[in-house]
Design a protein around this ligand. Structure first.
Ligand SMILES: [Zn+2]
Length: 377
């Protein structure tokens, strides 16, 4: 079949994006145009005071706000409870204000209840405010599945002042997650002859290059132009690439490793992008060892010092898995290698043992094939 006969359907972008300083204030009329009785969804106590401010502003715009809280990660238990609550409360819109899991839960609730969706990221840790995708976790934070939605949010408000209040490590996590776009999209799109996909992959390369240039300055100076470029790269551009490129510009091994890692409670304290950053190193190690890709070895050597300076885990020890037994490590690998896993978008076969060898050698000298696993076995 030639590519011209393939039909792609993908949700590309939110209907409207308002970004910048004071974006929230400037966005209030756009919110009021979408609803009268919005549910304001959030989770962490850390963002409680911010959400109280948002609620006051919405009330000041003559909207009746119904507050809704996630108790866990974005899990079915929370979703079922909140779906019933929002229905009972006759909400006519979902405003999700928080990190990736709150944004994902908000998108899923709006999708299931057929309501407009407004995302207000309170960190730059993920591009979940943009995308038409949501990850579902267990109550305890283990990745269960991802779901494609019909549409991106109706309105995305990326308010720099709000995002700047998040802990700096959320930005580091967002940088690692956004860097993954290039490493995953360039492999996942393979030899696609589709122009839109090729162009989206090139956007991922430009995104990576800008992050390599600006990331450390952005981390050090939240009031700088670098910060704005980096925060928007993580919160917005990474979403543009997934939207434009569709399924072929999405996740490969870095995210499959993330999904595997979430199966172990020991690394639940780490942020999404922190696990994805480690996953990039694992993917590059696989490409290097199984794909014979010397460029991958070079990329890994280039990324190691940056991720280290960002405080993103580069080894199992950094992830808090230094003392983890072989059985638990095998559980990560078997989840990441299960049938249908995005890991299999790599252009070569990967066994659980191959993956285990990559997991324990993310910081290895590229010529060294001996791993701590071999001494353990
Ligand atoms: Zn991600």
């Amino acid at each position: 079949m030639t590519t011209s006969l393939v039909c792609h359907a993908h949700a590309i972008a939110p209907s409207r994006v308002i970004r910048g300083e004071q974006a929230w204030q400037r966005g209030l009329p756009a919110i009021a145009a979408l609803c009268q009785r919005p549910a304001l969804l959030g989770r962490s106590s850390a963002t409680q005071s911010i959400r109280a401010g948002l609620k006051a502003d919405l009330t000041g715009s003559d909207l009746t706000v119904v507050e809704a809280q996630l108790n866990f990660d974005c899990c079915e238990e929370d979703l079922i409870r909140l779906e019933a609550f929002l229905k009972e409360s006759a909400c006519d819109c979902v405003i999700a204000a928080g990190g990736g899991k709150v944004l994902d839960a908000g998108k899923l609730l709006a999708f299931r209840l057929k309501l407009p969706c407004i995302t207000v990221p309170l960190s730059a840790a993920t591009c979940a405010g943009w995308t038409a995708l949501a990850n579902i976790y267990s109550r305890d934070g283990a990745f269960v599945s991802d779901q494609s939605l019909d549409a991106c949010p109706d309105l995305l408000i990326f308010d720099h002042g709000l995002v700047r209040q998040a802990p700096n490590q959320t930005l580091a996590s967002g940088i690692a997650d956004a860097l993954a776009k290039w490493y995953e999209a360039s492999v996942g799109s393979g030899s696609s002859t589709d122009g839109i996909i090729q162009q989206a992959v090139q956007m991922a390369r430009v995104l990576r290059d800008q992050l390599l240039i600006d990331a450390l300055d952005a981390m050090a100076r939240p009031d700088s132009e670098s910060w704005v470029r980096v925060a928007e790269a993580c919160g917005l551009t990474a979403g543009v690439i997934g939207g434009l490129g569709g399924a072929q510009c999405r996740t490969v091994a870095a995210h499959a490793v993330h999904n595997g890692l979430t199966q172990l409670p020991a690394c639940h304290g780490k942020l999404h992008g922190e696990k994805v950053g480690f996953g990039i190193l694992v993917q590059l190690r696989l490409e290097e060892r199984l794909g014979g890709n010397q460029l991958a070895a070079q990329s890994r050597r280039q990324l190691l010092p940056l991720l280290k300076q960002l405080g993103v885990p580069i080894t199992l020890q950094d992830l808090g898995l230094g003392e983890t037994g072989l059985n638990d490590l095998r559980a990560i690998c078997s989840f990441a290698c299960r049938p249908g896993s995005d890991l299999h978008h790599l252009p070569f076969e990967v066994t659980e043992t191959d993956l285990l060898e990559a997991l324990v050698s993310t910081d290895a000298d590229s010529r060294s094939v001996s791993t701590s696993l071999e001494t353990e076995a």
